[in-house]
Design a protein around this ligand. Structure first.
Ligand SMILES: Cc1cc2nc3c(=O)[nH]c(=O)nc-3n(C[C@H](O)[C@H](O)[C@H](O)COP(=O)(O)O)c2cc1C
Length: 382
């Protein structure tokens, strides 16, 4: 399962084409829209999210609530486009349209202009904007539906925003309903309040904040991914997918960086046979991944998001039109988007895992995948 997206932040719509979706997968429009709504939420978002009310329109690949084996095309309208029609007009003229010439440090603005030769930063920022991640979340909803057929659930929570942190928590100690009820996606009420206060304080002085989020995938079979070739390794594929999210700058699995300072006996997870005859691990420091494959324990991905680059108290830049020192451009912007990024990361993780299920169990038809899955799980039972 793969996806491609198209669409500008203030264009009429975003589109995602998800290819290699197996035939016979039941989809639910409400479930896709719910994922989009989850991405829109979050304390610290800017005014844009109040304008949008994301909902999906299916353009191809689905009949009567089931996939038909062709590419699934999903469209999400940008309501805000109505306010940008002159600036984003595909056929009109740029006369009277003020170009953006003060690239923002930390955004795609300057390297994008250098790469393409664009003289108006808007040509770059319209696509580099994380509005595009709505299309990824729609694609991820299809992946989640496929994973659900095999009892896999992907969820997330926010561990830190700026200085406010819960510290690392194991998935069993994080109640999904508490996370969903929190506008910062944090499992701890007191820390949620600290996070909101940190966001308010940042907003008051024209600052922005980043943070840390965790994605967990539970119910996975062991052996997804591969050890034989670099491109098969599931840890590499997951890392690439999560780092592809704008502003995500670091990823670790399980105890990750902390393992570097411990002796091996305090890092590796002992193999045990549980009461039901399943080979398990006594601990999950590896975050469910060994040798580029799942090991049957929950996959735990922790990621660091940098602060939002658009600052209302802007950093210094060089105006590309004049060569003079200038204040970086300001667009309506989020102060903090860590809760939304966590939802985008769920989608990215789900897409990689769904692809890995298809690698292992076949990709053409859900029924055949189920047969292969049952034979596989019966074979690896002790
Ligand atoms: C959900 C989400 C929302 C974001 N919102 C904004 C925003 O409102 N303003 C902004 O400048 N950057 C925002 N970003 C971050 C930028 O898109 C990102 O920093 C930029 O594309 C440059 O990419 P890089 O940070 O990976 O280098 C957001 C990122 C995500 C994941």
């Amino acid at each position: 399962m793969r996806y491609t997206t198209a669409g500008e932040s203030h264009g009429p719509a975003l589109i995602t084409v998800v290819s290699d979706v197996p035939h016979g997968l039941e989809l639910d429009k409400t479930a896709i829209d719910l994922e989009l709504a989850r991405r829109q939420r979050g304390y610290g978002r800017g005014g844009r999210m109040a304008i949008e009310s994301d909902a999906v329109t299916v353009l191809s690949g689905v009949r009567f609530g089931r996939t038909i084996g062709s590419p699934v095309t999903l469209l999400i309208e940008n309501r805000d486009a109505a306010n940008w029609s002159a600036i984003m007009d595909p056929w009109g003229s740029d006369e009277g349209v003020e170009p953006v010439t003060a690239p923002r440090p930390g955004h795609a603005d300057l390297p994008g202009c250098q790469r393409t030769g664009a003289r108006d930063v808007r040509d770059i920022l319209e696509r580099a904007s994380a509005r595009e991640t709505a299309a990824r979340v729609a694609a991820g909803a299809i992946a989640k539906a496929l994973l659900a057929e095999f009892g896999v659930v992907v969820r997330s929570w926010v561990e830190a925003i700026g200085p406010a942190s819960t510290g690392p928590r194991v998935p069993d100690a994080v109640a999904p309903d508490v996370v969903e009820a929190s506008d910062v996606r944090c499992p701890d009420a007191a820390v949620s309040q600290d996070m909101r206060s940190a966001i308010d304080a940042a907003r008051d002085v024209g600052e922005s904040l980043g943070g840390v989020f965790v994605v967990v995938a539970e119910g996975l079979v062991p052996g997804l991914g591969g050890y034989a070739q670099a491109h098969e390794r599931l840890d590499a594929r997951l890392a690439a997918a999560v780092v592809s999210i704008p502003a995500v700058k670091g990823v670790e699995f399980g105890d990750g960086f902390a393992c570097a300072t411990r002796p091996g006996s305090e890092v590796h997870d002992e193999i045990v046979l549980d009461a039901t005859g399943v080979l398990r691990r006594a601990t999950n420091r590896a975050g469910g991944l060994e040798g580029g494959m799942t090991n049957g324990e929950p996959v735990l991905v922790r990621a660091a998001m940098k602060p939002i680059p658009t600052l209302m108290r802007p950093l210094s830049t060089i105006d590309l039109a004049t060569g003079e020192v200038a204040d970086a451009a300001r667009e309506r912007s989020d102060v903090c988007a860590v809760p939304a990024a966590a939802v985008v990361a769920e989608a990215e993780v789900a897409l990689v895992l769904a692809d890995a299920y298809q690698d292992l169990f076949g990709g053409g038809c859900v029924e055949d995948m189920r047969t292969a899955y049952e034979s596989y799980t019966a074979r690896i039972a002790w």
